[in-house]
Ligand binder design. Structure first.
Ligand code: NAD
Length: 368
């Protein structure tokens, strides 16, 4: 039986509570003989600052580098609002993304039928929605230089951010999107603003070239980012995989996430370059933060965290069937009417973090 080393970073706030539920689900997969998981735990964010005065220690960075996958919950909280900037909790996340070279951020927007009412859109528009946003994560306007505010002689100020992409950055993210589409419904929508931005022109040209050279079997369409924002709320089910840059991806993935109801439901993956064996560095994390307002109360929704583990099985370990079964177990539990407080809606009562983890683990045990 294959064995995988997962480096767990529970982080702060509700992080440790939701992480504990992953271990229950992982045990069911191991007990069924599908794979073995070795969990090693580390500290990141405020908890690392309290222990070492750093947002992540060198020893934990080395463990993250050596692991088959990193599973991180969330960092931050008011307790660390005034720590020095370079050791603030988010610095741990940024260091992990940078040092592991995680350039591809995958954010699925999945709407479970039982939760369609929680969406801001009509049920028929979102029920069964399943789209994947592939966002470029290490380039573009968030990192481009110059990036500065300067004082002008006339007393005014001038702010500059630089949107910059090189061919290789677009090629590798496009390849991730096309590969992903082949395992899904075989369609990629590439999005930029080539009508007003040079970086958009290059983006469109390079994606078209990559498609022609290596992925002509996948359906490709191009859509301006503003039009895509509009289409996401008009008719989201037209999309399969959307590939876009760092800035547009940041915004569009947040729009897509609201289509599905609650933050507590959304997993994500960040992938690095494939090595000679096709293996990628990878980090999986829920989209939500550390939710300090509910930390320690045992009421956090563990589904985004369990879904992030499911993504690790799918994208790092090739355990597609087990990943499908985890998604099905989540769907079954929701269909039974079980809800944590954040997704309670009109339901009569809600269950705890731990009861939700148990219910998903039990549903998985039955299905596996
Ligand atoms: P948040 O995602 O932590 O919380 C927003 C709201 O959603 C809160 O009301 C919270 O209770 C609720 N919520 C979030 N996750 C939930 C879950 N699993 N179950 C039930 N309810 C859930 O965002 P915020 O309040 O803006 O930020 C809180 C802290 O988290 C800040 O320190 C922020 O910097 C940090 N943060 C970290 C990450 C990360 O680690 N990737 C992401 C976003 C925010």
């Amino acid at each position: 039986m294959a064995s995988y080393n997962i480096f767990l970073l529970p982080g702060d706030g509700i992080g440790p509570e939701v992480t504990a539920e992953v271990e229950k689900v992982a045990k069911v997969v191991s007990d069924a003989g599908l794979a073995k998981f070795e969990f090693e735990k580390g500290l990141v964010g405020g908890s690392a600052y309290d222990a070492h005065g750093l947002a992540i220690s060198e020893a934990d960075m080395a463990r993250a580098q050596a692991a088959d996958a990193v599973l991180l919950a969330a960092v931050g909280g008011p307790k660390w609002a005034n720590v020095p900037y370079d050791v603030r909790p988010e610095a741990g996340l940024l260091r992990l993304r940078k040092d592991l070279g995680l350039f591809a951020n995958l954010r699925p927007a999945l709407c479970y039928p039982a939760l369609a009412e929680a969406s801001s859109l009509k049920r028929e528009l979102v029920e069964g929605l399943d789209i994947m946003i592939v966002r470029e994560l290490t380039g573009g306007v968030y990192f481009g230089e110059p990036k500065e505010i300067t004082n002008l002689p006339n007393g005014q100020k001038r702010a500059v951010d630089t949107q910059v992409y090189e061919t290789y950055e677009i090629e590798r993210i496009a390849a991730v999107a096309f590969e992903m589409a082949r395992k899904r419904r075989n369609k990629v929508t590439s999005s930029e603003k080539h009508n007003v931005m040079k970086s958009g022109l290059l983006w469109k040209e390079v994606v078209t070239d990559v498609h022609k050279k290596s992925y002509a079997d996948v359906q490709l369409e191009h859509m301006l980012a503003d039009a895509l924002g509009m289409q996401l709320v008009r008719w989201p089910k037209q999309f399969d995989v959307i590939v876009t840059d760092n800035l547009f991806g940041d915004m569009l993935s947040d729009v897509a996430s609201m289509l599905t109801g609650s933050l507590g439901m959304l997993p994500s993956a960040s992938l690095g370059e494939a090595d000679a064996n096709g293996k990628r560095k990878a980090m999986y994390e829920p989209v939500h933060g550390s939710a300090p307002d509910i930390a320690g109360k045992g009421i956090a929704n563990p589904i985004a965290m369990i879904g992030s583990f499911g993504m690790a099985l799918r994208y790092s370990f090739g355990l597609i069937e087990a990943a499908d079964l985890i998604e099905k177990a989540i769907s079954d539990v929701l269909a039974q009417g079980l809800r944590t407080a954040d997704i309670k809606g009109q339901a009569a009562s809600s269950i705890s973090t731990s009861a939700m983890g148990d219910a998903i683990a039990n549903a998985l045990k039955k299905a596996i």
